[in-house]
Design a protein around this ligand. Structure first.
Ligand code: HEC
Ligand code: HEC
Ligand code: HEC
Ligand code: HEC
Ligand code: HEC
Length: 216
C-alpha cells in the first residue's frame, strides 16, 4: 500500500514535469510578463527616448558590444541634469509667480532630480558636497532570464534585431514594462523565423535551434 502510493505520487510528478516542459510558454519564477515595478526615480522613457529622442544606446551602450545592454550610471544623467534641475513647466510657473510677487526667481530643483544629485553626493543645487561619496541608484531589474540560459544582446544587435522586437515600444512607456513572456518558446519562434530567411546557411539555422546555443 505504502509502495503503491509512492509510485503513484512519483508518476504524477513525472507527468506534471513533462506537461510543464512540453508547454513551451511555461515560465521560470522571476520571469513575469507585464511586470512593471515602481522605480526609485520616476524616470520616463517616453520623455527621454520618445519626446526628446535620446537614442537608446546613448544610455544602453553595452547592447552592441556585450551580453548586457547595461543600466547607465548616474553620471550619464548628469550630462544633462547638471543644467536641467526641473521641468520647463515648473520653471515657467516659478517665473510667473516670482513676477506676480515682484521678487527674484528662486532656484528650483524637483524632488526627482534631487534624488539624482543625492546619488551623486551633491547638494540640492547640484554642487558636490566635500564629505559625501556617491552611491548608485538601486533600479529594480525588470527582465530576467534564468542562470541556466545564455542570452547576449550583441549577436542580436549585430544581426539588426530591433530593441522593440523584444522590449516593445519603450519610447512610449512612462514606466518600463516587460511586454514579452521571455519563454523558451518565444526565443525559438523567432529563431525559427530567422531560419527561413537564412535558408542559405543551414549550419547557422541549426545552431540557432541547438540546445547548447542557449543552455550551458
Ligand atoms: C534560443 C534559445 C533556446 C534554445 C535553442 C533552447 N532553449 Fe531551453 N530555454 C530557453 C529559455 C530562455 C528558457 C527559460 C524560460 C523561462 O524563463 O521561463 C529555457 C528553459 C528550458 C527548460 C526549463 C523548463 C522550461 O520550459 O522553461 C528546459 C528543460 C529547457 N529549456 C530545455 C531545452 C532543450 C532540451 C533544448 C534543445 C532541444 C532547448 N532548451 C533549447 C532558451 C532556449
Ligand atoms: C537617458 C537614458 C536612457 C535612454 C535614452 C533609454 N534608457 Fe532604457 N533605461 C534607462 C534607465 C535609467 C533604466 C532603469 C530604470 C527604468 O527601468 O526605468 C532603463 C531601463 C530600461 C529597460 C529595462 C531594464 C530591465 O531592468 O530589465 C529596457 C528594456 C530599456 N531601458 C530599453 C530602452 C530602449 C529600447 C530605449 C530606446 C527606445 C531606451 N531604453 C532609452 C535609461 C535610458
Ligand atoms: C532578442 C531580444 C532582445 C533584443 C533585440 C534586445 N533585448 Fe534587451 N533584453 C533581452 C532579454 C532576454 C533581457 C534579459 C537578459 C538577462 O536577464 O540577462 C534583456 C535585458 C535588457 C536590459 C537590462 C540590463 C541588461 O542588459 O541585462 C536592458 C537595459 C535592455 N535589455 C535594453 C535593450 C536595448 C536598449 C536594446 C536595443 C539596443 C535591446 N535591449 C535589445 C532581450 C532583448
Ligand atoms: C539628453 C539630456 C538628458 C539626459 C541624458 C537625461 N535627462 Fe532627464 N530630463 C532632461 C530634460 C531636458 C528634462 C526636462 C523635460 C521637461 O522640461 O519637461 C528631463 C526630465 C527628467 C525628469 C523629470 C523631472 C521632474 O521634475 O519631473 C527625471 C526624473 C529625469 N529627467 C531623470 C533622468 C535620469 C534618471 C537620467 C539618467 C538615467 C536622465 N534623466 C538623463 C534631459 C535629460
Ligand atoms: C526577434 C527575434 C529573436 C528573438 C526573440 C530571440 N532571438 Fe536570439 N537571435 C536572433 C537572431 C536574428 C540572431 C543572429 C543570427 C545570426 O547571426 O545568424 C540570434 C542569435 C542568438 C544567439 C547567438 C547564436 C550564435 O552562437 O551565433 C544566441 C545565444 C541567442 N540568439 C539566444 C537567444 C535567447 C536565449 C533568446 C530568448 C531569451 C533569443 N535569442 C530570442 C533573433 C532572435
Amino acid at each position: 500500500m505504502q509502495k503503491q502510493f509512492k509510485l503513484i505520487t512519483a508518476l504524477i510528478f513525472v507527468f506534471g514535469l513533462i506537461i510543464v516542459i512540453n508547454n513551451s510558454t511555461f515560465r521560470m519564477p522571476g520571469n513575469q510578463q507585464n511586470y512593471e515595478p515602481i522605480q526609485p526615480i520616476d524616470f520616463s522613457h517616453r520623455l527621454h527616448a520618445g519626446e526628446m529622442e535620446v537614442p537608446c544606446q546613448y544610455c544602453h551602450y553595452g547592447a552592441s558590444q556585450s551580453r548586457h545592454a547595461g543600466i547607465p550610471a548616474t553620471s550619464v544623467c548628469m550630462n544633462c541634469h547638471k543644467y536641467v534641475s526641473a521641468t520647463r513647466n515648473d520653471l515657467r510657473l516659478e517665473e510667473e509667480q516670482a513676477a506676480a510677487e515682484d521678487r527674484e526667481m528662486r532656484p528650483l530643483t524637483s524632488l526627482e532630480i534631487i534624488k539624482i544629485y543625492s546619488a551623486m553626493g551633491y547638494d540640492t543645487q547640484g554642487n558636490p558636497l566635500k564629505d559625501k561619496k556617491g552611491k548608485s541608484v538601486e533600479w529594480v531589474k525588470v527582465h530576467n532570464v534564468p542562470d541556466f540560459v545564455f542570452f547576449s544582446h550583441k549577436p542580436h544587435i549585430t544581426a539588426g534585431v530591433d530593441c522593440a522586437d523584444c522590449h516593445g515600444d519603450v519610447a512610449s512607456m512612462e514606466r518600463i514594462k516587460q511586454t514579452e513572456n521571455l519563454s523558451m518558446g518565444w526565443c525559438l519562434d523567432c529563431h525559427r523565423k530567422d531560419h527561413e530567411s537564412l535558408e542559405a546557411a543551414p549550419e547557422r539555422t541549426q545552431l540557432l535551434l541547438d540546445c547548447a546555443t542557449c543552455h550551458y
